[in-house]
Design a protein. Structure first.
Lengths: 367, 173
């Protein structure tokens, strides 16, 4: 209490000093000081007269003031108790929302209970269950909802064009396939850098190309050509926008097509080693066969009797052009080409063997 | 002679270590203390009268097992979140939770669940019925408006009320 008094005195002095600075109002200020001092002393007296009680921290007296109970607001009963059985569910749950226990008419529980001490051993019900509010629900996508969605969208649909009933027809009339992607995600922006990628697919057989142009096209596009499906796939993502990448892919397709039809002067310098497959007409086999047949033909000419001829089928004129067009040579040529270009098989090997035997009139067989 | 003995000793030392050192060779390991699963696990009281909600009763390592996530968005999915969106969304969720805790003081009966669909943010929570409905409706509108300005996108509050404090108590420890 002594301390309190000293404090009040200091306070009063400070008040006096403050008031003294205001010169002309000295009389008024003195009365104000007296008034405040009176109030202070009265307050101190009140504190002194009151009997101080010893309070034990933490002890609650039974005679404490009871908290007034707040009157509970009447709450209407949950909606699921008033639902008719044949109601339209789409009116109850029109759009995607958090699970609401009061509007869901079926009993559902979610949670994990380990012992009896947890929720009295019962899995928490739908009332006040935050777990059910977390998980996404599909109560807005029932068959009834989907039917309504389809009915609403029907007026914006157009008829499927005639003549495009099958996939083959679509492929025939629209040979170029363009693939784009749009991305949906949770975020304030609708932009996604992955959406710029464009994939253009076209079948090589749908392009108007001859043998040379096709070969050059395949060489130009490199691994963009898939031999197993016969497709050329251009994937462009170097420009920032989808439209730019589409334009670039179309430019690539056009440029490669026209470039493959061009015949550059240096392409004539292609030798047998540069060929993409075996060509009998420029091979050493052709020279050998022609030389061999011409040799045999000359020997046969010298022999007097036609029965003694080594090769009965050989024409009289053994010029190179005639020999090349000769049926046995043509068969031999096809057999060799198949063996070199196609896959290795017993049939190809036997056809080659037969071709050689008939060409050179070798009797008997190895097998 | 002495030099030879010295050489022999040095050879022996390099070839075989002393017996005393042999005990300290090899890889020494300590048993696993498993102390890193203690975070987020509430401490039990003597009288076993501390109420816990289902969310609090399940330890953090059980997220995805016995309880779900409180934030639902696509940024943590496979091949998503490559542009640092996950960090932004996580921070935004933190702001939303702080805002809700301050705007609904002592009223929240559950954690604040933040779900995102496209540019829409859905904030779901359980709320005690301490206030008159009129005030609750005001708080819902106020929170939606303020959060929409803060997040610069539409925000929807999906609040459900709880009758009593004991309704959300799952266990007492």
């Amino acid at each position: 209490m002594c301390c309190l008094r000293r404090l009040s005195v200091v306070h009063l002095r400070l008040v006096c000093l403050k008031l003294d600075k205001n010169g002309p109002k000295r009389e008024y200020s003195r009365s104000a000081v007296l008034c405040s001092r009176y109030k202070q002393e009265k307050r101190i007296r009140e504190v002194e007269e009151e009997f101080r009680t010893f309070k034990i921290p933490g002890l609650k007296t039974e005679t404490g003031v009871k908290r007034t109970q707040r009157r509970k607001m009447p709450v209407p009963p949950p909606r699921y108790q008033q639902m008719p059985v044949d109601q339209d569910w789409t009116n109850v749950w029109p759009a995607a929302t958090t699970f609401k226990w009061s509007a869901v008419p079926f009993p559902v529980r979610q949670g994990y209970v380990e012992t009896v001490t947890e929720n009295e051993g019962v899995i928490p019900s739908k009332y006040a269950n935050a777990e059910l509010m977390k998980i996404p629900n599909f109560l807005h996508l029932t068959p009834a909802h989907i039917k309504k969605h389809c009915a609403a969208l029907r007026e914006f649909c157009t008829e499927w064009p005639a003549g495009l009933e099958t996939d083959q027809a679509c492929q025939k009339h629209f040979p170029v396939e363009v693939e784009t992607s749009d991305y949906c995600f949770s975020g304030p922006s609708i932009r996604d850098p992955r959406a710029r990628t464009i994939t253009v697919k076209v079948k090589l057989s749908d392009l108007d190309l001859d043998y040379h142009a096709r070969d050059k096209f395949v060489r130009l596009v490199g691994d963009r050509f898939k031999p197993d499906t016969g497709e050329v796939i251009f994937t462009t993502d170097r420009c920032p926008m989808k439209k730019q990448n589409y334009d670039y892919a179309m430019y690539l397709l056009t440029a490669v097509y026209h470039e493959s039809w061009k015949r550059e002067p240096w392409e004539a310098e292609k030798t047998e080693e540069d060929m993409e497959k075996y060509f009998w007409d420029i091979s050493k086999s052709r020279k050998t066969v022609v030389a061999l047949l011409q040799n045999i033909g000359e020997i046969d000419k010298e022999s007097a009797a036609p029965e003694e001829k080594k090769l009965q089928h050989l024409p009289e004129d053994t010029s190179e052009e005639k020999l090349i067009a000769h049926s046995e040579v043509v068969k031999y040529r096809d057999a060799v080409s198949d063996l070199r270009n196609g896959e290795e098989s017993q049939e190809a090997l036997e056809r080659y063997g037969d071709g050689v035997r008939r060409l050179l009139n070798i009797q008997g067989s190895l097998s | 002679m002495a030099a030879m003995a010295c050489q022999q000793l040095s050879v022996r030392l390099t070839q075989a270590p002393p017996v005393a050192l042999l005990a300290f060779r090899g890889l020494r390991t300590t048993p696993c203390a498993l102390k890193n699963v203690r975070a987020g696990v509430p401490k039990a009281t003597v009288n076993r009268n501390k109420p816990l909600t289902y969310e609090q009763a399940q330890a953090p390592y059980r997220i995805g097992v016995t309880k779900g996530w409180n934030s639902w968005n696509t940024s943590n999915l496979y091949e998503e979140g490559f542009d640092g969106r996950a960090a932004e969304l996580t921070f935004d969720d933190l702001v939303i939770r702080k805002f809700m805790k301050g705007t609904w003081p002592g009223l929240l009966a559950s954690e604040v669940i933040v779900k995102r669909r496209h540019n829409l943010i859905v904030v779901a929570a359980l709320v005690f019925r301490q206030m008159p409905a009129r005030k609750l409706y005001f708080l819902v509108g106020y929170s939606e408006e303020m959060l929409s300005y803060l997040m610069k996108c539409p925000v929807k509050l999906e609040i459900q009320t709880v009758e009593d404090r004991n309704d959300v108590v799952f266990k007492k420890i």
